[in-house]
Design a protein around this ligand. Structure first.
Ligand code: FES
Length: 123
């Protein structure tokens, strides 16, 4: 088990085509993830806002990153149904040695929504 701190980046600028342009689903997703993390005692998983991950056509988008691990970019996430999955997947990512979580252990939203994985810089 690897306990390196994990950063969960959440794009707060993401919009959905069919929602009021004043509403930022990405911001709502960030708020809900932050609340879910606050309800736990997690200190090694931190959610951070980011203005854009350049995957604007697949809202909402997040990225998982940690030292010495692969970085994952995931899209097509819903603020209404995926918050618990995102937090659980981020915790599983944190436990993994390389950041690569076995396919069968990833939530469906991560299997379908994966956009990119980027290798660690220092390995
Ligand atoms: S606005 Fe969210 S990825 Fe660009």
């Amino acid at each position: 088990m690897d306990n390196a701190p994990v950063t969960l980046f959440v794009c707060v600028s993401c919009r959905e085509a069919d929602t009021n342009p004043e509403i930022r689903p990405g911001r709502l997703l960030m708020d809900r993830i932050a609340a879910a993390l606050e309800a736990t005692s997690e200190t090694r998983l931190v959610a951070k806002s980011v203005e854009c991950l350049s995957v604007c056509k697949r809202p909402c988008t997040i990225a998982l990153a940690a030292e010495s691990k692969w970085t994952y970019v995931i899209g097509d996430l819903s603020r209404d149904v995926h918050v618990d999955e995102i937090v659980a997947a981020a915790l599983r990512y944190r436990e993994s040695e390389t950041g690569i979580v076995p396919w069968r252990e990833r939530p469906q939203s991560f299997r379908k929504g994966v956009i990119a994985r980027i290798p660690p810089l220092n390995k």
